[in-house]
Design a protein around this ligand. Structure first.
Ligand code: THU
Length: 162
């Protein structure tokens, strides 16, 4: 028997000003778009902004539904839209912010498991790491890739037909 350890590295920042201009612009866009969320049931709004390698920025917000499971998280709305509108362009960075009870969250929320799976698919599809910026009021986290958020993941490699 062997113990295998998987290490996830998270960079923690105290403020948006510690980021370069492209990242801090993306953070601003994610926050500015929060009121595009449609979250009448949870009253929990989430916004995601994706920087692509063609210099475009794509945004998405959570879209809820009276039939609850039919709604979709902000990260998947944004990534599916990015991949659909610009299928030739690599997503480079996704920035995510959440807002409830009249304010952004103090500490960032990490994407749910289904969103991690979808973000990982894009990372593999475009053969390029997607940086993840998780925005909180007092802390901002940066992960250098999606794989580190979803170790021991299932991917298309397992589906290869011989
Ligand atoms: N939500 C997101 O949009 N992204 C996440 O990473 C976590 C949760 C949404 C789904 C639902 O509309 C609301 O937040 C409450 O779960």
């Amino acid at each position: 028997m062997r113990l295998k350890e998987i290490v996830t590295k998270v960079l923690e920042f105290d403020s948006e000003s510690e980021f370069n201009t492209q990242d801090s612009d993306l953070i601003k866009i994610a926050k500015a778009n929060i009121n595009h969320a449609y979250s009448p049931y949870s009253k929990f709004s989430v916004s995601a902004a994706i920087q692509l390698d063609n210099n475009e920025t794509v945004t998405g917000t959570n879209q809820e539904n009276a039939a609850y499971p039919s709604g979709l998280c902000a990260e998947r709305v944004a990534m599916f839209y990015a991949n659909s509108k610009f299928p030739e362009s690599k997503p480079l960075t996704i920035a995510i912010a959440a807002f409830t009870n009249g304010d952004f969250l103090e500490v960032p929320i990490p994407p749910c498991g289904s969103c991690r799976q979808v973000l990982l698919e894009s990372e593999i599809r475009y053969k390029s790491p997607i940086r993840v910026i998780l925005i909180g009021k007092s802390k901002i986290f940066l992960l250098e890739n999606v794989k580190s958020l979803l170790p021991l993941s299932f991917d298309g490699g397992f589906l290869k037909v011989k």
